[in-house]
Write a protein that binds this ligand. Structure first.
Ligand code: ACO
Length: 431
């Protein structure tokens, strides 16, 4: 817990209460109200947690006003440029950048866990052929607790470690197999001689009749997408994982809960909505019409991929994503792709428009990610599974941090009750 040197005084009627203030290493001070109910008999009210810190954490820091995202102190743009996903996983999990030997050992551990228990194939095959890959992921990840009993005891640090490695290693296989199943193609087994991103691409796009040659530029772009989505502090799905875990649930059940939360269109589904919007706009000359609609209070239309609850400046991930989109589309020879042209011109016109400037609406990470994923050959139904795969390390890092925290207790919010007060039961014939 951060240092407490300041305090605030809360006055309710004739009574005053001192509330400690914790000063973080970065970001706004935090008022500690843990003893408030015991002392003053009142609750605080904050639906949507807009002003509530649910935990202390040392993993990720966001300054939405400045457009800053740090993992363990390192800026996301530096990590996206100089590092790679598995190194970022190590950083998130253990708090430091690995030495060469540590990284080699970590990568080899993850690689050795990429296969799924063979019987899990039966589990996949139990789904309807047209099941959404996210539905399959929620089910299969939850079912891992039935296949890997030796890593479900959360009081055992070693088992927690194995569960962490298994989840990071197997998630690409699960996501790729969910995809393969949904399109009626055979499952492709992981290959240990490929890096994490290349392995995922191959498991998605190879078929027994024809192998898939992994292009290093596409593999690098895939790795960047993983890196840019690796963690984002206490967002909805991460908070879901923490809440599920607070009851002592096993790690696979907790991560399945996180995947279920991420599935919602307000969270993981926005890149799909953005791509659909860009296609609907269709050509550059229609952009002013859509910008006018986004500004019209009587029209529910919003510019998808613009605006963010936390970022009131450029989403630092969007800048890297835009650069990746350029590289990937050029490589694929589709740099004149009309969707990309619309995206670039829309971004330009919106940023020049006073409406977006005044409301501090900037492109977010979803603005360009859908374009890259589609160009790589992924259907929109795979966008959120890829987000889930990438975010798994963030969920696990936060889960591990929480379990190791001696202050960890079951999450149990209070409520502002506005229902009926106590009344007597009325027999059915008298109603
Ligand atoms: N287009 C047009 N106007 C917008 C947009 C937008 N994309 N986003 C916000 N506004 C306007 C709102 O109408 C509101 O105007 P008002 O003050 O005149 O009423 C003002 O900006 C503030 O908007 P809120 O919805 O109150 O801001 P909030 O922080 O709650 O919402 C959100 C953030 C949900 C992301 C919003 O900007 C939005 O809907 N964006 C489009 C969807 C999107 O891209 N989501 C992805 C987010 S990133 C991620 O999840 C990984």
């Amino acid at each position: 817990m951060a240092d407490t040197q300041k305090s605030a005084t809360l006055t309710i009627g004739d009574d005053s209460y001192d509330l400690p203030i914790h000063s973080p290493t970065a970001g706004p001070d935090v008022l500690d109200i843990r003893k408030l109910y015991g002392q003053a008999g009142v609750f605080t009210y904050d639906p949507g947690f807009t002003s509530t810190a649910s935990c202390d954490s040392t993993i990720t820091y966001i300054d939405g006003g400045q457009g800053v995202l740090l993992h363990r102190g390192y800026p996301i743009d530096q990590l996206a440029e100089k590092s790679h996903y598995l190194e970022v996983c190590y950083l998130l999990l253990y708090g430091v950048l690995p030495t060469a030997a540590q990284l080699e050992e970590f990568e080899s551990t993850i690689t050795l866990h990429t296969m799924l228990h063979e019987q899990m194939q039966n589990f996949f095959r139990g789904f309807r052929r047209d099941a959404h890959p996210m539905a399959i992921m929620v089910g299969v990840v939850g079912a891992m607790s039935a296949f890997y009993h030796d890593s479900t005891d959360i009081s055992d640090e070693h088992q927690r470690e194995i569960a962490s490695h298994r989840l990071i290693a197997k998630m690409p296989t699960i996501a790729a197999w969910a995809y393969k199943y949904s399109i009626g193609q055979p499952f492709v087994y992981p290959r240990n001689d490929l890096d994490y991103a290349s392995n995922f691409l191959r498991m998605c796009f190879a078929v027994p009749a024809e192998d898939y040659e992994v292009n290093p530029i596409l593999s690098r772009a895939m790795d960047r997408i993983f890196t840019l989505h690796a963690d984002h502090e206490q967002n909805a799905s991460t908070s879901t994982v923490r809440l599920a875990s607070s009851s002592g649930a096993n790690p696979f059940a907790c991560i399945a809960a996180g995947i279920a939360c991420l599935w919602g269109p307000a969270h993981g589904g926005a890149n799909q909505a953005c791509l659909e919007m860009l296609k609907e706009i269709g050509s550059v000359d229609r952009i002013p019409e859509f910008i006018a609609r986004a500004k019209d209070k009587d029209d529910p239309f919003r510019l998808m991929g613009f605006g963010h609850r936390v970022y009131k400046n450029f989403d630092p991930r969007a800048t890297v994503m835009k650069q990746s989109a350029d590289e990937v589309l050029e490589l694929l020879g589709v740099e004149n792709n009309p969707v990309l042209q619309v995206a670039k011109e829309l971004e330009k016109q919106a940023l020049e428009d006073p409406y977006f400037a005044e409301k501090k609406l900037f492109p977010n990470v979803d603005f360009y990610s859908g374009i890259i994923l589609e160009a790589m050959g992924f259907p929109t139904s795979m966008f959120t599974p890829i987000f889930a795969l990438s975010r798994t390390v963030g969920w696990i890092s936060q889960w591990k941090e929480m379990i190791a925290d001696p202050q960890n207790k079951i999450g149990r919010p209070r409520q502002l009750y506005l229902g009926e007060t106590a009344r007597d039961y009325v027999d059915i014939e008298k109603r």
